[in-house]
Ligand binder design. Structure first.
Ligand SMILES: Cc1ncc(COP(=O)(O)O)c(C=O)c1O
Ligand SMILES: Nc1c(O)cccc1C(=O)C[C@H](N)C(=O)O
Length: 416
């Protein structure tokens, strides 16, 4: 025992954090009623600048330009933000990313397009611990197209590995759908290694980047990824229900056959033509009218991420999760709490999960006390640490609060 408490360590780390001042840019970060917000991996905080930018869009663009706004630039916004996203955090050259729909709908469109591109093959590979929407969509497509789902089992504190995928793929694999960062354990998949294994088997890959985008940098072009999609309301701070984004590698764009051909993804929407003729580039993934208001907040966060740079964001993220693990080991392990996330920083994304049977009923009380993590079945508390808006102090406050509740429920009979 050094005599240094977890709260002291947090204060030291906050004082040494070169990114600490960015926290003040987020509305609510100084609100004392929320003592620790550790769910920015589910819904990021709003940036203050977003209030001004949304207000000015409504006053000047919407009210001022009215229907003329579409011709004057709104139709290009999904692709402009997509290009910025590609440049800032996805490692994707322009023309391959677009903002549209929800992540669920984009995963459906991309997975359907992928299996259509491998018509002679009969299997889709996915892991059993993938986020429910990913699994449900794969099962739905399998039913629609008479395909088989080949499931990969993963460890509770891990995710699908290259070895798992090598054992699962074969001449019948049309598509492998996996998450870059696992929504529960936070495990980072070996995207380039797994993509190569899938390609060597003749299959295509679709990566869900919902839990990495804006926190863990990606190199989609260099990793030779075929398709990717992800949420924008998590580390991209797009706000509740903000539209998702998709990536289609340039080489697939000419032949991509997406299953919801709508007028705004057609080559000449205002020709009001008799037959669907897809647009040339990534715009063919669009089906209907883009939700412009919903995608403006994400642009503000991308501007901030671009200014700070993803390497610095990732460094802070690694320090936050490392500190969270240190605090768990110091305060919670003695109460039987188990880390359900990888220990190696290089294998861990921006959140960690800790398991304990008491967690199933603990989270509502924590929320009432202004400590906001989330609960994930069967017995996990997930601590989501959003690099630019989470302080080390918040991590310490949350883990001390969890320790306090475990102590009172077990009569402080912890094993030292
Ligand atoms: C990994 C993952 N994929 C997909 C989704 C679904 O996103 P949406 O509800 O926007 O369709 C989520 C979050 O809800 C997620 O965490
Ligand atoms: N999208 C969400 C929602 O509409 C309500 C509550 C939570 C969410 C989430 O994003 C959950 C998140 N994808 C997760 O990993 O659990």
């Amino acid at each position: 025992m050094t005599g240094i408490t977890i709260a002291d360590r947090a204060a030291e780390l906050d004082a040494a954090d070169p990114l600490a001042h960015h926290r003040d840019l987020f509305i609510g970060s100084q609100n004392d009623a929320v003592r620790a917000y550790l769910d920015g991996n589910s819904l990021g905080r709003p940036l203050a600048v977003t209030v001004d930018n949304l207000t000015s869009f409504i006053r000047q663009q919407w009210a001022g330009r009215l229907i003329r706004g579409w011709d004057e630039g709104w139709l290009g916004v999904p692709q402009q933000i997509g290009d910025q996203l590609g440049r800032v955090t996805l490692g994707a050259a322009a023309g391959q990313c677009i903002v549209a729909d929800s992540t669920s709908v984009l995963l459906y469109k991309l997975a359907r397009a992928a299996v259509a591109a491998r018509p002679e093959r009969s299997e889709i590979v996915i892991d059993r611990d993938n986020f429910p929407t990913d699994r449900f969509i794969v099962e739905g497509i399998a039913r629609e197209r008479n395909l088989t789902v080949r499931w990969i089992d993963v460890a509770y504190d891990g995710g699908a590995t290259a070895r798992d995928v090598a054992a699962a793929v074969g001449p019948q694999t049309a598509l492998v759908l996996l998450s870059h960062v696992a929504y529960r354990s936070g495990h980072i998949a070996d995207v380039p290694g797994i993509t190569k294994i899938a390609h060597d088997a003749g299959a295509l890959v679709l990566w869900d980047l919902s839990h990495s985008v804006g926190s863990v940098p990606a190199e989609l072009d260099a990793w030779d990824v075929d398709f990717a999609a992800g949420c924008s309301y998590k580390y991209l701070n797009g706000g509740p229900g903000a539209p998702a984004w998709a990536y289609v590698a340039q080489r697939h764009l000419p032949t991509l056959d997406q299953p919801i051909p709508g007028w705004l993804g057609s080559a000449d929407p205002f020709a009001m033509g008799a037959a669907y003729q897809p647009a040339d580039g990534i715009r063919k993934l669009v089906s209907g009218t883009p939700p412009i208001l919903g995608m403006l907040a994400m642009r503000d966060m991308l501007n901030l991420l671009e200014q700070v740079g993803m390497p610095a964001v990732r460094r802070k993220s690694e320090l936050l999760t490392a500190f969270a693990i240190e605090a768990v080991e110091e305060l919670l392990t003695k109460h039987g709490v188990v880390l359900a996330s990888p220990r190696a920083a290089s294998e861990r994304g921006g959140h960690i999960t800790i398991d304990h049977p008491a967690f199933a009923t603990m989270v509502p009380g924590l929320w009432e006390d202004g400590i906001i993590p989330d609960y994930r079945n069967p017995d996990g508390i997930r601590l989501g640490l959003s690099p630019l808006s989470t302080s080390f102090r918040e991590v310490a406050v949350a883990i001390e609060a969890i320790a306090g509740r475990l102590e009172s429920s077990t009569g402080a009979a912890a094993v030292e």
